[in-house]
Design a protein around this ligand. Structure first.
Ligand SMILES: *[C@@H]1O[C@H](CO)[C@@H](O)[C@H](O)[C@H]1NC(C)=O
Ligand SMILES: *[C@@H]1O[C@H](CO)[C@@H](O)[C@H](O)[C@H]1NC(C)=O
Length: 224
């Protein structure tokens, strides 16, 4: 009787374990896989397409070097610039289960609350002083100013944020344990996605006019 129970428990445990493994980036079964340009490029990140690799004898050193992080990207009106680097722009990363981002923040600028559904992020402050933090699933906040040379980790799927609190521009480098971490900005997901106004009014206790203001502010058509 106990033995049978034990067997069932082991099966349940293994099943859970296997599903966890299946839910992450797969382990590579070859050294690398540079997508063959003949079959197009990896374009849509929400639904990543798996492309055939080019013959490894055709791979070159340049396939494994990315030169697009030497300077910042374009800044938004709120003073944030991000350059996400994943296999869409750096094919050498394909199948390796990693990606990264360079973020620049002007003085006072913020990286609004957002989360990555498929990756934990490690952020390294290359320059500046950045108030950084995340909120766990019991709504406890873990946040403080991290200085140049310090590192903070944002656990997978948890909402996190940053603000340049220094007197000069800040730069952070983030790396992800997924080649396709995904990124969902909370303000845009809520006010810029077209959720029914009545629901938003009830959820936030705001008037239709206030919801309208928020919707215009986070309208994806005007948001840069
Ligand atoms: C890859 O290239 C090598 C050298 O050109 C060739 O011998 C091999 O057949 C190619 N493999 C495939 C699968 O095309
Ligand atoms: C910045 O904007 C310009 C003009 O829209 C564009 O050509 C360029 O590729 C952008 N740079 C980055 C890093 O996105």
């Amino acid at each position: 009787m106990y033995l049978r129970l034990l067997v069932i428990l082991v099966i349940v445990f293994l099943h859970g374990h296997v599903s966890i493994i299946m839910a992450s980036d797969p382990d590579p079964i070859q050294d690398f896989c540079i997508p063959n340009p003949k079959f197009g490029s990896i374009k849509t990140l929400a639904h990543l397409s798996i492309l055939p690799c080019k013959n490894s004898s055709e791979a070159t050193t340049d396939d494994f070097v990315f030169s697009g992080l030497k300077s910042s990207g374009n800044f938004t009106e709120t003073g944030l610039s991000t350059i996400p680097v994943n296999p869409t722009v750096f094919p050498g990363l394909n199948t390796l289960g990693m990606s990264f981002v360079r973020a620049d923040l002007k003085v006072g600028a913020i990286n609004p609350p957002h989360f990555h559904p498929r990756a934990t992020e490690i952020t390294y402050v290359v320059q500046g002083s950045v108030y950084s933090g995340f909120v766990d699933s019991s709504n406890r906040v873990f946040a403080r100013v991290i200085e140049q040379g310090e590192v903070m980790v944002f656990p997978r799927g948890l909402m996190h944020f940053q603000m340049n609190v220094g007197k000069k521009p800040a730069m952070v480098f983030g790396s992800f344990n997924s080649q396709n971490p995904g990124s969902q900005k909370i303000p845009s997901a809520i006010f810029g996605s077209g959720i029914d106004v009545e629901l938003l009014e009830k959820a936030f206790g705001l008037s239709p006019k206030q919801i309208g203001t928020m919707r215009r502010r986070f309208d994806p058509k005007t948001l840069k």
